[in-house]
Design a binder for this molecule. Sequence first.
Ligand code: SAM
Length: 290
Amino acid sequence: MQHHAHHEDEALENVKEFPFTDKDFQAISQLITGLTGIVLKYEKKTLVYSRLAKRLRSLKMGSFSQYCKYLESPSGKGEISFLINAITTNLTRFFREEHHFHHMRDVVIPSIVERYRKNPTAENRRVRFWSAGCSSGEEPYSLAMTLAAHMPAGFDVKILATDIDTNMLQKGKNGLYKDGEGIPTEYLKRFCSKNADGTLQMERNIRDLIIFNPLNLLHQWPMHGPFQSIFCRNVVIYFNKETQMEIFNKMAALLDPKGWLFIGHSESLFKVCDAFVLKGKTTYTLGTQS
Ligand SMILES: C[S@@+](CC[C@H](N)C(=O)[O-])C[C@H]1O[C@@H](n2cnc3c(N)ncnc32)[C@H](O)[C@@H]1O
């Protein structure tokens, strides 16, 4: 049976290097929920263990109780961001839920172009997108490549990419990836270059479209909008309903009246936020729009 066990569970079963009481788990999970919105159910205990074991080892600590005390102490203040970075789940990939990028190409971009053609103001030339919870950057880069390929020249285009995890933001800024899995061949040729070691570098002109900034979605948002599209995919899934409501209502206020919201494949705004109407698979516009 053992070979079926998830490797993170195995870490706990086989090692049990650090005592980890339920009380320790409660303390860490409460701290995490308060800081990030992420609700850690009890079944996540083994996951939390394996995410933090390495850290305890390098801090030369003997138990999770000791780590919890450290987190509460004044000297442990700097540890908080490490804890957050360790606990967040950053799974992502290029052109994940590809249909959103097709929608961008076939509907969003043409409508932005058409609006400018009818009314060529500076305001209509300014095009802003937001990838909220961008992880290591695959999502904003997928968007950037789609825009670079399909937006006519002359628009002032920027993508804001934010996340709470500072390690992931650094990866995004570097624009350096193990490979280009998921990127259409045509985009690979146009917007990426292969390094001698096989890694993939996003080209300067694509990187320049994106601004990576730290932002905790639970904190105040400094942006004013309007955004023509917001991607908030697979980020709020572990948040409680009230937090989700607050976040989506704030997003509604920042969205262009004709803008779009894209959420994750397993998410829904049903009974969460009625500011939006469903227009396609996990694809929304504002309800005020006819
Ligand atoms: C599973 S990834 C999703 C990445 C990408 N949006 C996608 O769908 O492929 C979730 C991201 O949300 C971020 N996150 C979690 N809580 C957050 C919060 N309170 N504020 C901002 N980002 C958060 C995590 O750091 C992680 O990078």
